[in-house]
Ligand binder design. Structure first.
Ligand SMILES: [Zn+2]
Length: 128
């Protein structure tokens, strides 16, 4: 994906993510789409909730923009569901030992994904 095409796609995505965030009871959150894309290989998107603040930074990979509109919507919802669990997640990541942390991450992501699957159909499809 060229940089020009990527920047154009991100510009179209920003108001969509804002709309979905508002519908997901995140109206008071500042949700920023950041560059560069996530650095972990194979990730469609990544999200970081800023500890103690209603603020989240989301990054989208080039592969994200190749998804079907339904899968793009599910991915956006998935990242935004994380916002509601940001404090719990950050706290647990600080106290769990390595083995418990790996188990927690796997089950947590599965739970976030199922929750996103349930919420996504009630959200509009993205414009891109
Ligand atoms: Zn996730």
């Amino acid at each position: 994906m060229t940089e020009k095409k990527r920047l154009k796609a991100l510009a179209k995505l920003r108001p969509y993510v804002r709309e979905v965030a508002d519908r997901m009871k995140l109206r008071d959150w500042v949700v920023t789409i950041q560059e560069p894309p996530p650095d972990n290989e194979g990730s469609l998107a990544s999200m970081c909730a800023v500890e103690g603040r209603a603020r989240a930074n989301i990054r989208f990979s080039d592969d994200f923009f190749e998804l079907s509109p339904e899968n793009m919507r599910q991915t956006v919802v998935h990242e935004l569901v994380h916002c509601h669990f940001g404090s719990m997640h950050n706290g647990l990541c600080e106290v769990l030992d390595k083995g418990a942390h790996a188990f927690y991450l796997e089950t947590f992501e599965r739970g976030i994904d199922v929750t996103a699957d349930l919420i996504a159909p009630s959200m509009p499809l993205p414009p891109c």
